[in-house]
Design a protein around this ligand. Structure first.
Ligand SMILES: Cc1cc2nc3c(=O)[nH]c(=O)nc-3n(C[C@H](O)[C@H](O)[C@H](O)COP(=O)(O)OP(=O)(O)OC[C@H]3O[C@@H](n4cnc5c(N)ncnc54)[C@H](O)[C@@H]3O)c2cc1C
Length: 287
Protein backbone atom coordinates (compact mmCIF):
# COMPACT_ATOMS: atom_id res chain seq x y z
CA UNK A 1 0.00 0.00 0.00
CA UNK A 2 3.07 2.29 -0.21
CA UNK A 3 2.86 5.14 2.30
CA UNK A 4 -0.79 4.27 2.99
CA UNK A 5 -2.11 7.13 0.86
CA UNK A 6 -2.18 5.45 -2.54
CA UNK A 7 -2.55 1.94 -3.87
CA UNK A 8 -3.09 0.34 -7.26
CA UNK A 9 -5.33 -2.58 -8.10
CA UNK A 10 -7.15 -3.95 -11.16
CA UNK A 11 -10.70 -3.54 -9.88
CA UNK A 12 -11.91 -1.36 -7.05
CA UNK A 13 -15.41 -1.91 -5.69
CA UNK A 14 -17.26 0.65 -3.56
CA UNK A 15 -19.42 -1.05 -0.94
CA UNK A 16 -19.19 -4.41 0.80
CA UNK A 17 -22.85 -5.34 0.63
CA UNK A 18 -23.99 -8.61 -0.99
CA UNK A 19 -23.29 -7.26 -4.50
CA UNK A 20 -19.84 -5.81 -3.82
CA UNK A 21 -18.57 -8.71 -1.73
CA UNK A 22 -19.84 -11.39 -4.10
CA UNK A 23 -18.23 -9.62 -7.07
CA UNK A 24 -15.02 -9.22 -5.06
CA UNK A 25 -15.05 -12.91 -4.21
CA UNK A 26 -15.66 -13.94 -7.85
CA UNK A 27 -12.89 -11.71 -9.22
CA UNK A 28 -10.36 -12.79 -6.58
CA UNK A 29 -11.24 -16.42 -7.25
CA UNK A 30 -10.59 -15.81 -10.96
CA UNK A 31 -7.17 -14.34 -10.14
CA UNK A 32 -8.06 -10.67 -10.66
CA UNK A 33 -6.58 -8.26 -8.08
CA UNK A 34 -9.54 -6.59 -6.40
CA UNK A 35 -10.04 -4.13 -3.54
CA UNK A 36 -13.42 -3.69 -1.86
CA UNK A 37 -13.94 -0.60 0.31
CA UNK A 38 -16.67 -0.35 2.93
CA UNK A 39 -17.55 2.77 4.91
CA UNK A 40 -18.73 0.86 7.99
CA UNK A 41 -16.45 -0.98 10.38
CA UNK A 42 -18.65 -4.10 10.44
CA UNK A 43 -21.62 -5.71 8.65
CA UNK A 44 -24.16 -5.27 11.45
CA UNK A 45 -27.31 -3.92 9.86
CA UNK A 46 -30.59 -5.05 11.43
CA UNK A 47 -33.19 -6.82 9.27
CA UNK A 48 -31.17 -6.49 6.08
CA UNK A 49 -31.61 -9.20 3.48
CA UNK A 50 -32.20 -11.95 5.97
CA UNK A 51 -33.83 -14.29 3.48
CA UNK A 52 -31.37 -16.30 1.40
CA UNK A 53 -33.38 -17.57 -1.53
CA UNK A 54 -33.05 -20.94 -3.34
CA UNK A 55 -31.43 -19.21 -6.34
CA UNK A 56 -28.71 -17.76 -4.06
CA UNK A 57 -28.23 -21.17 -2.42
CA UNK A 58 -27.78 -22.63 -5.91
CA UNK A 59 -25.02 -20.10 -6.61
CA UNK A 60 -23.34 -21.08 -3.33
CA UNK A 61 -23.66 -24.72 -4.40
CA UNK A 62 -22.03 -24.01 -7.77
CA UNK A 63 -19.20 -22.13 -6.06
CA UNK A 64 -18.55 -25.11 -3.75
CA UNK A 65 -19.38 -23.00 -0.68
CA UNK A 66 -22.69 -24.54 0.32
CA UNK A 67 -21.57 -27.02 3.00
CA UNK A 68 -19.63 -24.43 4.96
CA UNK A 69 -22.40 -21.88 4.39
CA UNK A 70 -25.22 -24.09 5.66
CA UNK A 71 -23.10 -24.97 8.69
CA UNK A 72 -23.85 -21.42 9.90
CA UNK A 73 -26.92 -21.07 12.18
CA UNK A 74 -30.07 -20.55 10.11
CA UNK A 75 -33.71 -21.57 9.91
CA UNK A 76 -35.32 -23.10 6.81
CA UNK A 77 -38.67 -22.46 5.14
CA UNK A 78 -39.54 -25.07 2.52
CA UNK A 79 -42.99 -23.44 2.20
CA UNK A 80 -44.56 -20.08 2.85
CA UNK A 81 -48.08 -20.00 4.22
CA UNK A 82 -50.55 -17.20 4.74
CA UNK A 83 -53.67 -16.63 6.83
CA UNK A 84 -56.44 -15.38 4.61
CA UNK A 85 -60.09 -15.17 5.55
CA UNK A 86 -59.40 -17.42 8.54
CA UNK A 87 -57.74 -20.11 6.42
CA UNK A 88 -54.13 -21.17 6.11
CA UNK A 89 -53.08 -21.33 2.49
CA UNK A 90 -49.75 -22.19 0.86
CA UNK A 91 -48.31 -19.11 -0.82
CA UNK A 92 -45.11 -20.72 -2.08
CA UNK A 93 -43.85 -24.29 -2.17
CA UNK A 94 -40.16 -24.55 -3.04
CA UNK A 95 -40.16 -28.35 -3.24
CA UNK A 96 -40.71 -28.29 -7.00
CA UNK A 97 -37.92 -25.91 -7.91
CA UNK A 98 -35.22 -27.31 -10.23
CA UNK A 99 -32.47 -26.61 -7.67
CA UNK A 100 -30.71 -28.68 -5.03
CA UNK A 101 -31.69 -26.66 -1.94
CA UNK A 102 -35.43 -26.19 -2.03
CA UNK A 103 -36.00 -23.78 0.83
CA UNK A 104 -35.42 -20.21 1.94
CA UNK A 105 -32.67 -19.98 4.53
CA UNK A 106 -33.14 -17.27 7.15
CA UNK A 107 -29.82 -15.91 8.29
CA UNK A 108 -28.80 -12.41 9.40
CA UNK A 109 -27.18 -10.57 6.51
CA UNK A 110 -24.06 -9.89 8.64
CA UNK A 111 -23.44 -13.67 8.94
CA UNK A 112 -23.77 -13.99 5.16
CA UNK A 113 -21.38 -11.06 4.57
CA UNK A 114 -18.86 -12.18 7.20
CA UNK A 115 -18.89 -15.61 5.54
CA UNK A 116 -18.31 -14.18 2.04
CA UNK A 117 -15.55 -11.88 3.30
CA UNK A 118 -13.78 -14.79 5.02
CA UNK A 119 -14.06 -16.98 1.92
CA UNK A 120 -12.77 -14.19 -0.32
CA UNK A 121 -9.85 -13.53 2.07
CA UNK A 122 -8.52 -17.01 1.22
CA UNK A 123 -7.45 -15.59 -2.14
CA UNK A 124 -4.24 -13.53 -2.25
CA UNK A 125 -5.72 -11.08 -4.79
CA UNK A 126 -8.56 -10.03 -2.48
CA UNK A 127 -8.35 -6.97 -0.25
CA UNK A 128 -11.16 -5.58 1.90
CA UNK A 129 -10.73 -2.19 3.55
CA UNK A 130 -13.31 -1.42 6.24
CA UNK A 131 -13.97 2.08 7.64
CA UNK A 132 -13.15 3.41 4.18
CA UNK A 133 -15.72 5.83 2.79
CA UNK A 134 -15.68 6.74 -0.88
CA UNK A 135 -15.65 10.52 -1.23
CA UNK A 136 -14.63 11.01 -4.84
CA UNK A 137 -13.57 9.57 -8.16
CA UNK A 138 -10.19 9.66 -9.85
CA UNK A 139 -10.57 10.88 -13.41
CA UNK A 140 -8.52 9.23 -16.15
CA UNK A 141 -8.26 10.09 -19.86
CA UNK A 142 -10.55 7.19 -20.89
CA UNK A 143 -13.02 7.44 -18.02
CA UNK A 144 -12.64 6.61 -14.35
CA UNK A 145 -9.23 5.75 -12.96
CA UNK A 146 -10.10 4.88 -9.38
CA UNK A 147 -11.64 6.05 -6.13
CA UNK A 148 -10.69 8.44 -3.38
CA UNK A 149 -11.61 7.08 0.05
CA UNK A 150 -11.50 8.55 3.52
CA UNK A 151 -9.93 6.08 5.97
CA UNK A 152 -9.06 6.30 9.66
CA UNK A 153 -5.51 7.06 8.58
CA UNK A 154 -6.63 9.87 6.24
CA UNK A 155 -7.42 10.01 2.52
CA UNK A 156 -6.36 7.15 0.28
CA UNK A 157 -6.29 7.15 -3.53
CA UNK A 158 -7.03 3.74 -5.06
CA UNK A 159 -6.04 3.65 -8.72
CA UNK A 160 -7.74 0.98 -10.74
CA UNK A 161 -8.56 -0.06 -14.30
CA UNK A 162 -12.14 -0.89 -13.40
CA UNK A 163 -14.35 0.98 -10.90
CA UNK A 164 -17.56 -0.63 -9.64
CA UNK A 165 -20.19 1.23 -7.64
CA UNK A 166 -21.90 -1.33 -5.39
CA UNK A 167 -22.53 1.28 -2.71
CA UNK A 168 -26.27 0.84 -2.50
CA UNK A 169 -29.31 2.91 -3.27
CA UNK A 170 -27.78 6.29 -2.64
CA UNK A 171 -24.57 5.41 -4.46
CA UNK A 172 -22.00 8.18 -4.36
CA UNK A 173 -20.11 6.53 -7.23
CA UNK A 174 -23.21 6.76 -9.39
CA UNK A 175 -23.82 10.36 -8.40
CA UNK A 176 -20.22 11.49 -8.93
CA UNK A 177 -20.06 9.66 -12.26
CA UNK A 178 -23.04 11.71 -13.41
CA UNK A 179 -25.29 8.68 -13.91
CA UNK A 180 -28.94 9.40 -13.29
CA UNK A 181 -31.70 7.16 -12.09
CA UNK A 182 -35.27 6.86 -13.25
CA UNK A 183 -37.48 6.07 -10.29
CA UNK A 184 -40.74 4.16 -10.68
CA UNK A 185 -41.88 5.08 -7.19
CA UNK A 186 -42.40 3.05 -4.10
CA UNK A 187 -44.96 0.27 -4.44
CA UNK A 188 -44.76 -0.65 -0.77
CA UNK A 189 -43.20 -0.13 2.62
CA UNK A 190 -42.57 -2.74 5.31
CA UNK A 191 -41.92 -1.83 8.94
CA UNK A 192 -39.75 -4.49 10.58
CA UNK A 193 -39.63 -5.13 14.32
CA UNK A 194 -38.67 -7.88 16.77
CA UNK A 195 -41.20 -9.47 19.12
CA UNK A 196 -40.40 -12.16 21.67
CA UNK A 197 -41.36 -15.79 21.06
CA UNK A 198 -43.43 -17.39 23.78
CA UNK A 199 -45.16 -20.68 24.54
CA UNK A 200 -48.45 -21.04 22.62
CA UNK A 201 -47.34 -18.89 19.67
CA UNK A 202 -48.21 -20.06 16.12
CA UNK A 203 -46.09 -22.87 14.73
CA UNK A 204 -44.89 -20.99 11.63
CA UNK A 205 -41.54 -20.56 9.93
CA UNK A 206 -42.82 -17.69 7.87
CA UNK A 207 -46.42 -16.60 8.01
CA UNK A 208 -48.26 -13.88 6.21
CA UNK A 209 -51.65 -12.41 6.96
CA UNK A 210 -53.78 -10.79 4.31
CA UNK A 211 -55.13 -9.95 1.86
CA UNK A 212 -56.09 -6.38 2.90
CA UNK A 213 -53.32 -5.96 5.38
CA UNK A 214 -50.01 -7.75 5.19
CA UNK A 215 -48.18 -8.93 8.27
CA UNK A 216 -45.13 -11.15 7.97
CA UNK A 217 -43.98 -13.37 10.82
CA UNK A 218 -40.57 -15.02 10.55
CA UNK A 219 -39.36 -17.53 13.12
CA UNK A 220 -35.81 -16.47 14.10
CA UNK A 221 -35.34 -19.16 16.75
CA UNK A 222 -35.68 -17.19 19.97
CA UNK A 223 -37.72 -14.27 18.60
CA UNK A 224 -40.16 -13.31 15.83
CA UNK A 225 -39.06 -11.00 13.06
CA UNK A 226 -42.28 -9.20 12.18
CA UNK A 227 -42.99 -7.10 9.13
CA UNK A 228 -45.98 -4.75 9.07
CA UNK A 229 -46.87 -4.01 5.45
CA UNK A 230 -48.03 -0.39 5.16
CA UNK A 231 -51.17 0.01 3.07
CA UNK A 232 -53.17 3.05 1.99
CA UNK A 233 -50.88 5.45 3.87
CA UNK A 234 -47.18 6.00 4.45
CA UNK A 235 -44.95 5.17 7.37
CA UNK A 236 -44.32 8.91 7.82
CA UNK A 237 -48.08 9.43 8.32
CA UNK A 238 -48.24 6.51 10.74
CA UNK A 239 -45.34 7.95 12.72
CA UNK A 240 -47.14 11.28 12.95
CA UNK A 241 -50.01 9.49 14.74
CA UNK A 242 -47.64 8.23 17.44
CA UNK A 243 -46.34 4.92 18.71
CA UNK A 244 -49.58 4.00 20.53
CA UNK A 245 -51.60 4.21 17.31
CA UNK A 246 -48.95 2.19 15.48
CA UNK A 247 -49.03 -0.53 18.15
CA UNK A 248 -52.80 -0.76 17.72
CA UNK A 249 -52.45 -1.15 13.92
CA UNK A 250 -49.98 -3.97 14.43
CA UNK A 251 -52.08 -5.64 17.14
CA UNK A 252 -55.10 -5.59 14.77
CA UNK A 253 -53.33 -7.80 12.21
CA UNK A 254 -50.76 -9.73 14.21
CA UNK A 255 -51.60 -13.34 15.11
CA UNK A 256 -49.63 -12.85 18.35
CA UNK A 257 -51.33 -11.71 21.60
CA UNK A 258 -51.91 -7.95 21.41
CA UNK A 259 -49.89 -7.31 24.60
CA UNK A 260 -46.77 -8.52 22.78
CA UNK A 261 -46.65 -5.40 20.66
CA UNK A 262 -45.91 -3.35 23.82
CA UNK A 263 -42.32 -4.54 23.28
CA UNK A 264 -42.12 -1.92 20.54
CA UNK A 265 -41.41 0.97 22.88
CA UNK A 266 -40.48 3.69 20.37
CA UNK A 267 -40.10 3.95 16.59
CA UNK A 268 -36.37 3.35 17.17
CA UNK A 269 -37.37 -0.31 17.70
CA UNK A 270 -38.51 -0.46 14.06
CA UNK A 271 -36.67 -0.49 10.76
CA UNK A 272 -38.27 0.71 7.53
CA UNK A 273 -37.85 -1.12 4.23
CA UNK A 274 -39.05 0.99 1.31
CA UNK A 275 -39.45 -1.18 -1.76
CA UNK A 276 -38.45 1.10 -4.60
CA UNK A 277 -38.02 0.40 -8.28
CA UNK A 278 -35.22 2.35 -9.94
CA UNK A 279 -33.49 2.04 -13.29
CA UNK A 280 -30.21 3.57 -14.45
CA UNK A 281 -30.92 5.97 -17.29
CA UNK A 282 -29.01 5.21 -20.42
CA UNK A 283 -26.52 7.72 -21.80
CA UNK A 284 -24.66 10.33 -19.78
CA UNK A 285 -22.09 9.48 -17.19
CA UNK A 286 -18.33 9.73 -17.30
CA UNK A 287 -17.20 6.17 -17.98
C1 LIG B 1 -35.04 -3.30 6.28
C2 LIG B 1 -34.62 -4.13 5.07
C3 LIG B 1 -34.99 -5.49 4.99
C4 LIG B 1 -34.60 -6.27 3.87
N1 LIG B 1 -34.94 -7.60 3.84
C5 LIG B 1 -34.53 -8.38 2.81
C6 LIG B 1 -34.76 -9.80 2.79
O1 LIG B 1 -35.33 -10.35 3.72
N2 LIG B 1 -34.30 -10.53 1.74
C7 LIG B 1 -33.60 -9.96 0.72
O2 LIG B 1 -33.18 -10.70 -0.18
N3 LIG B 1 -33.37 -8.63 0.72
C8 LIG B 1 -33.80 -7.83 1.72
N4 LIG B 1 -33.53 -6.50 1.73
C9 LIG B 1 -32.85 -5.94 0.59
C10 LIG B 1 -31.37 -6.24 0.66
O3 LIG B 1 -30.85 -5.82 1.92
C11 LIG B 1 -30.72 -5.50 -0.48
O4 LIG B 1 -31.30 -5.92 -1.70
C12 LIG B 1 -29.24 -5.77 -0.54
O5 LIG B 1 -28.61 -5.46 0.68
C13 LIG B 1 -28.65 -4.95 -1.66
O6 LIG B 1 -27.29 -5.29 -1.76
P1 LIG B 1 -26.24 -4.28 -2.34
O7 LIG B 1 -24.89 -4.92 -2.13
O8 LIG B 1 -26.63 -3.87 -3.71
O9 LIG B 1 -26.37 -2.93 -1.48
P2 LIG B 1 -26.23 -2.69 0.09
O10 LIG B 1 -26.56 -3.89 0.88
O11 LIG B 1 -26.95 -1.43 0.37
O12 LIG B 1 -24.66 -2.47 0.26
C14 LIG B 1 -24.04 -1.27 -0.07
C15 LIG B 1 -22.81 -1.15 0.82
O13 LIG B 1 -22.10 0.02 0.42
C16 LIG B 1 -21.68 0.70 1.57
N5 LIG B 1 -21.49 2.11 1.22
C17 LIG B 1 -22.45 3.05 0.96
N6 LIG B 1 -21.88 4.22 0.67
C18 LIG B 1 -20.54 4.03 0.71
C19 LIG B 1 -19.42 4.87 0.51
N7 LIG B 1 -19.56 6.17 0.19
N8 LIG B 1 -18.18 4.34 0.66
C20 LIG B 1 -18.01 3.04 0.98
N9 LIG B 1 -19.04 2.19 1.20
C21 LIG B 1 -20.28 2.69 1.08
C22 LIG B 1 -22.80 0.48 2.59
O14 LIG B 1 -22.35 0.68 3.91
C23 LIG B 1 -23.17 -0.98 2.30
O15 LIG B 1 -22.42 -1.88 3.08
C24 LIG B 1 -33.87 -5.69 2.83
C25 LIG B 1 -33.50 -4.33 2.91
C26 LIG B 1 -33.85 -3.56 4.02
C27 LIG B 1 -33.43 -2.09 4.07
Amino acid sequence: MGDGRELTTTCVIAGAGPAGLMLGYLLARAGVPVTVVEKHGDFLRDFRGDTIHPSTLEVMEELGLIDRFLALPHTRAPKLTAQMGGQTITMADFSRLPVKHRFIAFMPQWDFLNFLAAEAARYPHFRLIMNAKVTGLIEAPQGLGGLVVETQEGPLAIRSRLVVGADGRNSIVREKAGLSVESFGSPSEVVWMKLSKQAGDPNEVMGHAGPRQGFVLIDRGDYWQCGYVVRGTTFAEIKAKGIKAFRQMVADVSPLPSSRVEEVVTFDDTSLLTVRIDRLQSGGGRG
